[in-house]
Design a protein around this ligand. Structure first.
Ligand SMILES: Cc1cc2nc3c(=O)[nH]c(=O)nc-3n(C[C@H](O)[C@H](O)[C@H](O)COP(=O)(O)O)c2cc1C
Length: 305
């Protein structure tokens, strides 16, 4: 499937809204002026309890930004991205300009096609192991965007991670504010096009879920706002690369969300960098797609044309 629109701006926006986001909050908005798209964080959609600094929301916007780049390339144009926010506008994250024609490269087309098929798969995975060459492709995908994907190898490290995950789940389960926020974004009624389906919000099967778990931590070099947007692009490139390889992914973000445990994750990784998210890879059964707000609901068209 390709995006309905061959118009590069329409293709970019249609791709952007498919990005993953915490609790499916879709914390982005766009301003379009001719062939220029400004990307903003929608601060009203930042999870105040789970994500008080907006770090995960910026990861989601970075994921949307990678989708935009891939979609523009897939329709044969060149995206030029500026990651320098406009002065005095903390919500402004990036500018995407659509530039000259170029022949789409087949991998960009494959990655762009994967955007609509990618989904978080929280179910237990089969016993089939992710082969080493697929893992290497995932690691390269993160590196291409300046991130580092580090697998947690060895039974002892995985068991330790399992301990951190359980501890993070306990902290969040015992925090009424966290639970209230989660409930507010779950099983939203009627025409709402955001939030989590009820089945996604229940705690998954007990760790370690899978017979042969592959768990990896995505790291950024620094932890400033722009670094988080870049890390979101690395995250999305990893997720789409997994999708093109038929590999399912889910997020195990909780130990990075709990401030007291984020340092523990960094220690466990034993590689330099700031943990941004933890991912679990495997071969699963089909997972349902989640809803999205339409492009028109998140885009404002200004002047130009
Ligand atoms: C930064 C970030 C953190 C997330 N953390 C979790 C998590 O801890 N547990 C979980 O089940 N899903 C997590 N998700 C997945 C979102 O719930 C999911 O992306 C959203 O519901 C949209 O669904 P989709 O990914 O299938 O399109 C996270 C997503 C992002 C971008």
């Amino acid at each position: 499937m390709s995006f309905a629109s061959q118009d590069p701006v329409g293709a970019a926006l249609g791709a952007a809204i498919r990005a993953p986001s915490p609790h499916n909050t879709q914390p982005w908005r766009f301003e379009v002026d001719g062939d220029r798209i400004e990307v903003f964080l929608d601060q009203d959609r930042v999870l105040k309890v789970a994500d008080p600094e907006g770090r995960e929301a910026r990861l989601a916007c970075g994921a949307a930004l990678l989708n935009m780049r891939l979609a523009v390339r897939a329709v044969g144009r060149t995206p030029v991205v500026g990651l320098v926010p406009r002065a005095n506008e903390p919500a402004h994250l990036a500018t995407v300009r659509v530039r000259g024609r170029r022949r789409p490269n087949p991998d960009d087309v494959a990655m762009a096609r994967a955007i609509v098929y990618r989904r978080s798969n929280r179910r237990a995975f089969t016993a089939r192991e992710v082969p080493v060459w697929v893992l290497e492709a995932l690691v390269r995908a993160a590196a291409e965007e300046g991130g580092a994907l580090v697998p947690l190898t060895g039974g002892a490290r995985l068991a330790e991670f399992g301990g951190l995950l359980r501890e993070a789940e306990r902290v969040q389960r015992d925090d009424p504010a966290y639970q209230e926020e989660l409930a507010r974004w779950t099983a939203l009624e009627g025409a709402r096009k955001d939030g989590l389906p009820a089945a996604a919000a229940v705690m998954g099967p007990e760790w370690p879920f899978d017979r042969r778990p592959l768990v990896a931590v995505l790291l950024s070099d620094t932890d400033g706002r722009a670094a988080q947007v870049r890390a979101g692009q690395a995250l999305q490139r990893v997720l789409l690369r997994a999708t093109t390889a038929g590999v399912s992914v889910s997020f195990l973000a909780q130990p990075v969300e709990v401030p007291a445990l984020r340092g523990e994750v960094a220690r466990l990784v034993a590689a330099p960098g700031c943990p941004q998210v933890v991912l679990r890879f495997g071969y699963g059964f089909a997972a349902p797609a989640t809803r999205r707000r339409p492009v028109a609901a998140v885009t404002h068209y200004t002047g130009g044309g």
